[in-house]
Design a protein around this ligand. Structure first.
Ligand SMILES: [Zn+2]
Length: 99
């Protein structure tokens, strides 16, 4: 089940990219100068670009192996673990002419 959750989190990140949101992924570390990093991203610089803006930050651990609930799609009836049915999502993107 752990891989289903990991895949769902990565799919969510892909959806965020597609919405032109900023997504950082990587290992969180604190360097010798006290800078917080997510992978190569300097968290303080990232936040500074949005100083004063109302933001949403979502953190998803790829090491989180809690089971993911399986849901049935109300449109096509397929079972899925993502935020939305991947089959219907692909169909929708195809109809819009997106890859
Ligand atoms: Zn569906």
């Amino acid at each position: 089940m752990g891989t289903a959750r990991r895949a769902a989190i990565l799919n969510m990140a892909t959806s965020a990219y597609e919405m032109d949101l900023e997504v950082a992924n990587g290992i969180i570390s604190l360097d010798a100068n006290g800078r917080w990093l997510i992978g190569e991203h300097d968290l303080a610089l990232w936040l500074k670009d949005h100083l004063g803006e109302e933001m949403v930050i979502i953190l998803g651990s790829l090491e989180d192996d809690r089971p993911v609930a399986t849901r049935s799609c109300k449109t096509c009836g397929r079972d899925f673990t993502d935020l939305e049915c991947p089959h219907c999502r692909a169909s929708r993107l195809r109809l819009r002419g997106e890859p």
